[in-house]
Design a protein around this ligand. Sequence first.
Ligand code: SAM
Length: 323
Amino acid sequence: SFHKSKGQHILKNPLLVDSIVQKSGIKSTDVILEIGPGTGNLTKKLLEVGKRVIAVEIDARMVLELQRRFQGTPLSSRLQVIQGDVLKTELPYFDICVANIPYQISSPLTFKLLKHQPAFRCAIIMFQREFAMRLVAQPGDKLYCRLTVNTQLLSRVSHLLKVGRNNFRPPPKVDSSVVRLEPRKPPFEVNQNEWDGFLRICFNRKNKTLGSIFRQKSVINLLEKNYKTLQALNLAPAQQGALEDIDDVMDFSDEDIEMNDDGVDDGMEVEDGNAEGEVSEFKKKVLSVLMKAGFEGERSSKLKLQQFLDLLSEFNKDGVHFS
Ligand code: SAM
């Protein structure tokens, strides 16, 4: 029997497996990373076209079944199985990743892969349909969110294939999509902590204007605290475009995603300003950056990746930092 908690939905349609492998563009020299091989329906085809397959599988029963399936066949010498949780496993070198994953690890796995070095050529991954549509969303689309912008900062994303739930046994509750992620080479030069702090604020209310978001007392207070800390240290934060802290910052819980779907004014914001209604010097500075750069009336739901990068860099130039 299958483990629901491990997201075990086996691909039972061989034509679909063929189509995934074909669209992956695997070369005969490729080392392939497969995540969650299960009973090995995809693994078998991957072994036939690639040089080697390294498969990471959490379930000991599946590992056994997989080994039994290829034992004594010529394919077995090119298959390496690692038993373990892919999120806790140090990944080996690979050229390409192909995976039909358990959907509950979609976010952390995506960012684990995208920060992996050396960068691989591409990853072909089955996601829950809505998650996939968030990854490929464009500015102005309903599903455009922080996850979209963060993923597209690190990779080029494209939708490959719609997959109905009946291609799996047992069928999951939702439809799926196969997506291709291609790490950007070279990557954008941004400090990941700055970027993450910045996007969290911008997408805190994605349909509000940035002008109204950056007038919030909580936002101004946070930025002013960073500003004072940095002034005290008389030191700008390291700008090495470091990816090492990405594990901590790239946590997309479902809650984060829900929070982005905001269209209504919940009246919760408090504008910054002291008792006399005066606007602090720091707040003026923040708002003037926003106005000078022309973003005051813009909304995150409609901003392009490059515009986020530009705005962050304008803030940083004026000493406004997000981490
Ligand atoms: N690839 C197979 C197929 O397409 O038929 C099975 C896919 S099934 C959706 C997901 C597989 O991932 C299961 O075999 C499950 O045991 C495994 N799995 C679940 N969580 C995992 C984790 N954290 N690390 C590695 N494998 C995991």
